[in-house]
Design a protein around this ligand. Structure first.
Ligand code: UZR
Ligand code: MG
Length: 233
């Protein structure tokens, strides 16, 4: 008689699938709205793991930002109505290929993004050597299904929108010397609607939701402990 597929080999097989299988490298996706604290959460995790002082070649944990994967704009001039918060602004193919290369334990070259000029720095790359754990952070990191499926763990940094707006305003005006009125215009016209349409709906894919972002020491501690356990395996 036909053996039912689920009982082939080992009768416990259907149950075994329920437990998480850890692969190496372990790839963690970190999403969340603009200025939610994604970058800080990642760096705090790295710090907790004692990896921040290490030379890049020996690092076991690496942080990669979606900022590196903005598409190059034709002619180099950003049109006035360009939407950096839309999935089309992301070089999905390069991001997918990079994560696949990481999975295959290859050395990867990450473009360096220039916020001042809104383009990639010519002939400048970050060379990333194979590591055990990768944290890949960005607003739309869970938007693309093929990319989403490559993560072993998905975190969503969930910070109050007013807090995010005030941080975004400070960051854009102080760090990037942008005009306040332009920042607010961009926020209401592009950043907020795109967040609601493309980022917020991806929260449902998260394994762990981190409320209050980088202020949430308990969550960061728990995640770091979990990664530490994986590194020691
Ligand atoms: P985070 N961004 C820029 O402002 N300029 C660029 O050249 C590239 C990106 C912004 C982008 C998005 N949108 O809201 C934000 N705009 O960076 C994402 N406009 O970065 O997740 O750190 O907030
Ligand atoms: Mg950031």
């Amino acid at each position: 008689a036909e053996i039912p597929a689920f009982s082939k080999g080992n009768s416990f097989a259907p149950f075994r699938q329920a437990s998480v299988q850890y692969k190496k490298p372990f790839i963690i996706g970190v999403a969340g709205g603009t200025a939610s604290g994604k970058t800080t959460v990642c760096h705090k995790i790295v710090e907790k793991l004692g990896q921040n002082q290490m030379e890049s070649r020996r690092r076991q944990v690496v942080v990669i930002s979606l900022d590196s994967f903005y598409r190059e704009i034709d002619g180099g001039v950003v049109p006035r109505n360009y939407n950096f918060d839309h999935p089309n602004a992301i070089d999905e193919e390069l991001l997918l290929q990079t994560i696949r290369d990481i999975r295959a334990e290859r050395v990867v070259k990450i473009p360096v993004y220039d916020y001042q000029h809104n383009c990639r720095k010519q002939n400048e790359f970050n060379v990333i050597h194979p590591a055990d754990v990768y944290l890949i952070e960005g607003i739309l990191i869970f938007y693309f299904p093929q990319i989403r499926d490559l993560f072993d763990m998905k975190l969503f940094v969930d910070t109050d929108p007013d807090t995010r707006l005030s941080r975004r305003v400070l960051r854009d005006t102080q760090e990037w010397k942008r005009d306040l009125e332009m920042v607010l215009h961009q926020y209401t016209k592009y950043v907020k609607p795109a967040f609601e349409e493309f980022c917020l709906p991806t929260k449902k894919y998260a394994d762990v939701i981190v409320p209050r972002g980088a202020d949430n020491g308990v969550a960061i501690d728990l995640i770091a402990k979990h990664i530490k356990e994986l590194l020691n395996k």
